[in-house]
Design a protein around this ligand. Structure first.
Ligand SMILES: C[S@@+](CC[C@H](N)C(=O)[O-])C[C@H]1O[C@@H](n2cnc3c(N)ncnc32)[C@H](O)[C@@H]1O
Length: 365
């Protein structure tokens, strides 16, 4: 899904890799990806990739880069290290070596060095180590891209915005179709859908690390933002949400209002067992609750078959999708899934189940 998005943004050499998608392009492409990608978590700029054997090799890689050409000595920094099968014992020590390399390079240039800020750094430097290769990246995004700037209150177990947007893509939902989330919680699916439908760029309400890069052109950036605003629309769409909890609905409404799209989504307080179809066909998409405690699990085990019955008896003609991390509960829906997609919600392995609801569809496992 992300590769498709990057191709549409005119990125070059788009290539899905483990845990990400590589692409090449100009600074303009980088800004476009940050502004428009609904699925990426971060846009990282690869600075150097080399074989290594020791911490000192990685120190030299960092020291040999012209950091003072990238950002100012006043910018705070943070180094993140991710290692997969690396022979080096301590990622923390590698992080210190990279920080030393960056500071040495600045000191050589100006006598001063940047400070470290582990909470809200201006510049994040990512180091990826495999068994042989070390790669250094400068983070162009800053805060992760799923932080769009509209979430006021998280509510109960909210989905990450970029996961919700990716799932909407996987369902094949198109803005002309009816979308219904009957357990909408803080409204993540609804908000992402409304932003897609209204063509609202996800990055318009936030700032990015690249705005502090030395080569940053604010003129070019403001032009991209104006172009993004100009392509928004005010059309009406059939995006509906409900939830049994009034607190959840209050969170959803607050988030919709902050995102400026409260008029695009209809919300209603309703138990899913009372849900009725708004149209003959549409996409039902939700992320039902999952139990952590045993008594919660037992209660939910009774509810899942009832949700399945609602779908079967009232929603013939619809496509239904559930995202859940609890496979035992999912089985209790009692409908035969036409598709299962493995997805990760943070570290939690989940499945997106798809059900094609035909009139008289058979019950099954
Ligand atoms: C895991 S949360 C959904 C989170 C949501 N996807 C988000 O991003 O914020 C599950 C939601 O199901 C709602 N819920 C639980 N039982 C329900 C029922 N019987 N009918 C409708 N909603 C229900 C809860 O109030 C909760 O908001």
């Amino acid at each position: 899904m992300l590769a498709k998005e990057l191709v549409a943004l005119k990125a070059d050499n788009v290539l899905p890799t483990d845990g990400g998608v590589a692409f090449s392009g100009s600074m303009l492409t980088m800004m476009q990806a940050n502004l428009h990608s609904r699925i990426a978590s971060r846009v990282l700029w690869k600075l150097v990739e080399k074989a290594y054997r020791s911490e000192d090799d990685i120190f030299r890689m960092a020291r040999d880069l012209e950091w003072p050409e990238l950002f100012a000595v006043e910018n705070t920094i943070k180094v993140n290290v991710t290692a997969v099968k690396s022979p080096l014992r301590s990622p923390e020590f590698v992080g210190l070596k990279v920080k030393d390399g960056i500071c040495d390079r600045f000191r050589l240039k100006s006598g001063a060095r940047p400070s470290v800020d582990t909470r809200e750094p201006d510049m994040r430097i990512h180091v990826f180590l495999t068994d042989r290769m070390a790669t250094l990246y400068l983070d162009t995004s800053g805060e992760a891209l799923f932080k769009r700037g509209y979430r006021q209150d998280a509510g109960e177990a909210p989905l990450r915005e970029n996961l919700a947007a990716g799932i909407l893509g996987l369902t094949g939902w198109q803005p002309e179709q009816v979308l219904y989330d009957p357990m909408c919680g803080s409204g993540t699916f609804l908000i992402e859908a409304a932003m897609i439908a209204r063509k609202i760029a996800p990055g318009l309400r936030r700032s990015f690390a690249f705005q502090q890069f030395k080569m940053h052109s604010d003129e070019a950036w403001q032009k991209l933002r104006s172009e993004a605003r100009a392509s928004e629309n005010n059309a009406m769409f059939a995006i509906h949400g409900s939830d049994v909890s009034s607190t959840a609905l209050a969170h959803a409404l607050e988030n919709l209002e902050t995102a400026g799209i409260a008029d695009t989504v209809s919300l209603k307080q309703l138990n899913v067992l009372d849900a009725k179809p708004i149209a003959d066909a549409g996409i039902w998409l939700c992320n039902p609750p999952y139990g952590v405690r045993l008594d919660e699990k037992e209660k939910l085990a009774l509810l899942y078959p009832q949700w399945g019955d609602v779908l079967k008896q009232r929603f013939a003609g619809w496509h239904a999708y559930f995202l859940t991390g609890d496979l035992d509960l999912a089985k209790k829906i009692g409908l035969k899934a036409s598709k299962r997609t493995v997805l990760f919600n943070g570290a939690l392995e989940c499945r997106l189940f798809e059900y094609e609801l035909r009139a008289g569809s058979m019950r099954g496992g």
